[in-house]
Design a protein around this ligand. Structure first.
Ligand code: SF4
Length: 247
């Protein structure tokens, strides 16, 4: 059983805390890690950011078994598939989640920078900043830690992901599914009879905004449909984009 160690307030202390927690829980079950982080190590200080994509039901289900009132944040970029919004509502009801917040981009930024909803085509980093990164920062204010569903197997850029990491702004990020394989995810869906995202059977294996998500061909990486044909692989919420004077 974890003996509570308060999260230090300084950056060096938090870095050490993150390394200690990663080492301590690397060999424990995901359920144990999440339970002890949410209830003992970081009570009231942690929120989950969910895309309600193809794998999202697993983390939402794991957390709902610990606390159905855990704060969950959904970034509505206003460019999602309708299927994603309906899937969000389905999962919220199915899992009994009672504290889900939907965040939107700032209306004045959209009016100024993306009046035609075509910014994704001309400057996708700025588009992601306005529709994801800035709303996320608002969503996370007031929290010392957040939970993401990233996994090491998803991309080369993710293969060294720690279980617990420290962001440059001092916030802790928990990555409880780092070691999960796609097969683990599939087995979990089966074991708990979780509903799948309706677009998954149509070949969309990783789902973000509609203009930047494509089907994945057999043999391709599961994230190959995101920003297909472009060098961009991340939206910026995990590798923050600096907009400088553009914003
Ligand atoms: S994923 Fe595409 S549409 Fe969505 S915010 Fe980023 S650039 Fe814009």
């Amino acid at each position: 059983m974890f003996e509570s160690v308060d999260l230090p307030s300084d950056l060096d202390g938090r870095r050490q805390w993150a390394q200690t927690m990663s080492a301590c829980y690397e060999t424990k079950t995901t359920e144990t890690f999440l339970t002890e982080m949410v209830t003992t190590a970081l009570p009231g200080q942690v929120t989950l950011v969910s895309s309600f994509g193809t794998d999202s039901a697993v983390l939402l289900h794991l957390l709902s078994r610990i606390d159905q009132n855990i704060p969950v944040q959904f970034l509505d970029t206003k460019r999602h598939f309708g299927e994603t919004l309906r899937y969000r509502d389905q999962l919220v009801q199915h899992l009994g989640l009672s504290n889900v917040t939907t965040l939107f981009p700032k209306a004045d930024l959209l009016t100024e920078k993306d009046p035609e909803d075509m910014l994704f085509h001309t400057d996708n980093n700025l588009c992601c900043y306005i529709r994801k990164v800035e709303p996320l920062e608002r969503a996370l204010s007031g929290y010392d830690a957040w939970i993401s569903g990233r996994k090491r197997h998803q991309a080369l850029t993710r293969e060294d992901l720690p279980l617990v990491e420290l962001e440059s702004n001092g916030r802790i990020k928990l990555n409880p599914l780092v070691a999960w394989t796609h097969e683990d995810i599939e087995n979990y869906f089966t074991d708990f009879a979780l509903p799948h995202h309706p677009l998954e059977e149509d070949g969309y294996l990783s789902i973000g905004c509609m203009p930047c998500t494509d089907r994945v061909k057999p043999g391709e990486d599961r994230r190959a449909g995101r920003w297909k044909g472009l060098s961009k692989t991340e939206c910026g919420i995990h590798m923050p984009i600096s907009m400088g004077e553009n914003i």
